[in-house]
Design a protein around this ligand. Structure first.
Ligand code: PLP
Length: 444
C-alpha cells in the first residue's frame, strides 16, 4: 500500500478520481517525438519487421478467412469522417469543434472485430513462424499458405498457447490459434461477457473462468503456462510482440490518410483518442503514429472513471506498482475491454515522453455516445470503443493548443464491437436511450 494521503497531496487529481469525476490529465513529461522514440528501446525497424511478417502471412489469411480476400489478406479497417456525429456533438455540448472529426473503425476489423486483431494476431503469427522455422518447415520467401498443411498443423497440435483476457484478446488469440491448429486456453475474468466465452468454446478453445478481475486471470494463466515448456503465454501486461503488432497501425493509417488526400503536418495536426485498458493496444498504436507523424500527432488515452489504471500509474510514476483498488475504485465498468485495475509498466514507461494526456469517462456517457453514433452514422461499436469519442470535447474545451483550429483532425479510435451479438447490441442501444450527455449544455 502507498500512503494514500501522501499521494493525494502530491497529485490532487486523485481526489477527483476517487470521487469518480471525469477528469483530464495533461502529461508533464511529454517531450519531442524523436527523443521519445529513441528512449523507448523500440525502433522503426522493429515495427517494420512486424509489418513484413503480417504481409508474409497475408496469403494465409486470404485463404483461411475469406472475408479478408478483398484486402488480399491484410487485416485492416476503414478510416472515415463522421460529420453527422460531429454536428450532433456540437449541438449537444455547445462547443465548437472547428476541425474534422474522423473515426478509425477497428470495430470492423475482419476475423475478430476489435483492435486485438492487430497485436494478438501478430504475436500468434510470430510464434507460429518461429516454431515452423525451427522445424525447417518454412523460409521467409516461401508461400505461407503452407501453414494450412499437415506438417504445420501437426506441429502446432503438439503445442499450446495461453492468454489471460477480459474478452477481446481471448477472442483474437483463440480464433487464430485454433485456426492454425494450436491447443489454446483462455483465462477469463469474471467481468468477461458470457457470449465471448461461449463463442470461444464453440471454436474448441478451453475457457477457464475466475471470480477475480483481469489481473488475477493473467497471473493464473502465466503461472500455469510457466509450468509447461510446450506452452506459449501471451503476456498482455508485458508483450513486445503485441505492442509491435499494434504499432503497424501507424503506417497503415498514414497510407489511408494519403489515399484520401488528408494532409497531416504541423499546421494540420492530428489528435488521436485511444481507449486504454492495460495499455498495449493504445500504446502500440500511438507509438506507430509517432513514427509516422512525429510531433504533428498528439495522442490521448481514454479510461473509465472506475478503471483509470494508466492515468494513475503514469501520473504517480508508480506504473504497475499501483492499482485503482488502492484509491478505492472497484474496476467495475460496462466497458469490459477497459476493465483493468493495474496498467502495463512496460507501456507506461514507453509512453512517458510520447503521450499528451489521459482523460476518464463514465459508463453512462459511453452508452449515450454509442447510441448517438449508431443514430448519426450507422456505426455499431461496443461501449469500450466509445471512450475516444469525448476526446475532442476535452481538448477543445480545455484550450489545448491547436485543438480548436479548423485545420485540426480529431481521430476517434473505435476499438471493438464487430463480434457483439445483435441482441446484446440492441440492449446497449437501449441503455443509451435516457442518457443526457451534456446536462444543461444543449444549444438546441
Ligand atoms: C483491449 C481493448 C482496448 C484496450 O487495449 P489494451 O491493450 O488493453 O489497453 C480497448 N478497446 C477494446 C474494445 C478492447 O478490446
Amino acid at each position: 500500500m502507498h500512503k494514500l494521503e501522501r499521494l493525494i497531496a502530491d497529485f490532487p487529481l486523485i481526489g477527483k478520481m476517487m470521487g469518480k469525476e471525469e477528469v483530464l490529465w495533461m502529461n508533464p513529461h511529454l517531450a519531442d517525438a524523436a527523443g521519445g522514440i529513441r528512449s523507448s528501446g523500440l525502433t522503426e525497424a522493429d515495427v517494420r519487421e512486424a509489418s513484413e511478417r503480417l504481409k508474409r502471412f497475408a496469403p494465409f489469411f486470404a485463404e483461411v478467412f475469406p472475408e479478408t480476400k478483398t484486402t488480399e489478406g491484410l487485416i485492416e479497417s476503414p478510416l472515415t469522417e463522421i460529420p453527422n456525429m460531429k454536428q450532433m456533438l456540437i449541438d449537444e455540448a455547445g462547443i465548437d469543434l472547428g476541425g474534422t472529426l474522423l473515426i478509425k473503425q477497428d470495430n470492423a476489423l475482419p476475423v475478430s472485430g476489435s483492435i486485438k486483431a492487430r497485436g494478438g494476431f501478430h504475436e500468434v503469427l510470430k510464434h507460429a513462424e518461429v516454431l515452423a522455422r525451427e522445424h525447417g518447415l518454412i523460409q521467409e520467401r516461401q508461400d505461407y499458405r503452407q501453414f494450412t498443411e499437415q506438417p504445420f498443423t501437426e506441429l502446432f497440435a503438439s503445442r499450446k498457447i495461453a492468454v489471460g483476457s477480459t474478452g477481446n484478446l481471448g477472442l483474437s488469440i483463440g480464433i487464430l490459434s485454433a485456426a492454425l491448429g494450436f491447443e489454446v486456453t483462455v483465462h477469463m475474468s469474471a467481468d468477461a461477457k458470457r457470449w465471448k466465452k461461449e463463442l470461444l468454446r464453440s471454436k474448441g478453445v478451453t475457457v477457464i473462468e475466475y471470480e477475480d478481475d483481469y489481473s488475477k486471470a493473467v497471473a493464473e494463466g502465466r503461472r500455469e503456462a510457466e509450468m509447461d515448456p510446450m506452452c506459449h503465454f501471451v503476456d498482455d501486461e508485458n508483450s513486445r510482440e503485441l505492442f509491435l503488432g499494434y504499432a503497424v497501425a501507424g503506417e497503415r493509417i498514414a497510407a489511408q490518410f494519403e489515399e484520401q488526400g488528408i494532409v497531416i503536418d504541423e499546421t494540420h495536426p492530428l489528435f488521436v483518442y485511444l481507449p486504454c485498458g492495460v495499455g498495449g493496444g493504445p500504446g502500440g498504436v500511438a507509438f506507430g503514429l509517432k513514427l509516422a507523424y512525429g510531433d504533428a500527432v498528439h495522442c490521448y488515452f481514454a479510461e473509465p472513471v472506475n478503471a483509470p489504471c494508466m492515468l494513475l500509474g503514469m501520473m504517480t510514476e508508480l506504473h504497475d506498482k499501483i492499482s485503482v483498488q488502492e484509491i478505492g475504485l472497484d474496476n467495475k465498468t460496462a466497458a469490459d475491454g477497459l476493465a483493468v485495475g493495474r496498467p502495463s509498466g512496460f507501456v507506461g514507461t514507453v509512453m512517458k515522453p510520447l503521450l499528451d494526456g489521459i482523460y476518464t469517462v463514465n459508463d453512462r456517457t459511453l452508452f449515450g455516445l454509442l447510441r448517438m453514433l449508431a443514430d448519426t452514422e450507422s456505426i455499431q461499436a461496443e461501449p469500450s470503443a466509445l471512450a475516444g469519442m469525448m476526446g475532442a470535447i476535452h481538448t477543445v474545451s480545455s484550450g489545448v493548443r491547436f485543438a480548436e483550429s479548423e485545420h485540426a483532425r480529431h481521430l476517434v479510435w473505435s476499438t471493438g464491437g464487430g463480434m457483439v451479438p445483435e441482441t446484446v447490441m440492441e440492449a446497449y442501444y437501449e441503455e443509451g436511450g435516457n442518457v443526457e450527455l451534456f446536462p444543461g449544455k444543449s444549444t438546441k
